[in-house]
Design a protein around this ligand. Structure first.
Ligand SMILES: NC(=O)c1ccc[n+]([C@@H]2O[C@H](COP(=O)([O-])OP(=O)(O)OC[C@H]3O[C@@H](n4cnc5c(N)ncnc54)[C@H](OP(=O)(O)O)[C@@H]3O)[C@@H](O)[C@H]2O)c1
Length: 271
């Protein structure tokens, strides 16, 4: 990683995890368009290198790939140390890497659940706590954590995933409040279903029944970038998703559990 240390530190620097596709790739493009240099984190070296080359060429920024498996304790520690010792404190951190699993919790291998908690919760927390103190010292920093509408309600058939996202939302809101007045903001983006590789990776055979509910990935990413720069604590793209989350917060907990279960069984074709 040390060969990636930037020589030219005149441009602001952004770190984006899960940059190999979906939301992360769009976040990277939107920040490159704004003139940010980029550190693109993911596991797929080939994809990261080709994206970095594309951004370097099209936007005249310096984009570098960082190959790191965020579920690995050793690799996460190495990444945190590398980021903390950069000559330039990153201006932006987007904790976007994450994955889900569709099915009852008991049908999930315990190792898979642990891996999900490591990526969705542990890595996001470690990276935030690695960079936020330096950002605070400089008096400038923007952090965006990607949660989900699943963060607002218990989700039978996606139990572990929704629980990790509830953590992301709660952690981000609390940190945003703790950092008030420091120049550092923490925002949570809570998208509804998006047409990315997420669902295939989560083991859903077809997204057909989800299609009518999906919002555009591009506009969800744009909403995230807008929230990042305005410091908005929580952003839920799409009116239907906003209505859903407000209703879930206001309804009695037992109703929310019951209705969410019915909906998810229908939309995710689960028994
Ligand atoms: N799609 C949706 O419907 C939806 C809805 C709400 C929230 N979200 C959230 O949005 C975020 C982005 O997901 P997406 O929809 O863009 O899905 P995606 O296309 O599958 O992207 C997920 C990203 O996370 C990275 N990742 C996964 N495991 C990793 C690991 N162990 N180490 C490093 N990177 C890892 C992947 O990189 P690799 O190339 O290394 O696999 C990939 O770049 C996730 O946090 C997801 O939970 C998605």
């Amino acid at each position: 990683m040390s060969e990636l240390v930037k020589k030219d530190i005149s441009k602001p620097l952004a770190v984006i995890t899960g940059a190999t596709g979906g939301l992360g790739e769009i976040f990277a493009r939107l920040l490159a368009q704004r003139g940010f240099d980029l550190l693109l984190v993911g596991r797929n070296r080939e994809k990261l290198e080709s994206l970095a080359a594309l951004f370097n060429k099209n936007f005249k920024v310096s984009a570098s790939p960082i190959v790191s498996d965020l579920s690995s304790e050793t690799e996460l520690r190495k990444l945190c140390t590398f980021l903390k010792t950069l000559p330039q404190t990153p201006h932006v951190l987007i904790n976007n890497a994450g994955f889900g699993f569709v099915g009852n919790a008991l049908s999930m291998a315990p190792e898979k659940a642990q891996e999900m908690i490591n990526v969705n919760v542990k890595a996001l927390t470690a990276l935030t706590l690695a960079l936020a103190p330096q950002m605070k010292e400089k008096g400038v920093g923007r952090i965006l954590n990607v949660a989900s509408i699943a963060a607002f309600m218990p989700c039978p058939t996606m139990a572990v995933y929704a629980s990790t996202k509830a953590y992301v939302l709660s952690f981000s809101e609390a940190l945003n409040t703790e950092l008030k007045g420091t120049g550092v903001t923490v925002s949570a983006l809570c998208p509804g279903p998006l047409a990315t590789a997420f669902w295939d990776r989560a083991g859903l055979e077809s997204t057909y029944s989800l299609n009518t509910w999906m919002t555009s990935t591009e506009s969800a990413a744009q909403a995230g970038i807008d929230a990042l720069f305005s410091g908005t604590p929580v952003t839920t793209p799409g009116i239907a998703n906003r209505l859903l989350t407000v209703t879930a917060c206001m309804a009695p907990r037992s109703w929310t559990r019951y209705i969410t279960h019915l909906w998810l069984k229908k939309f995710l074709n689960q028994k």
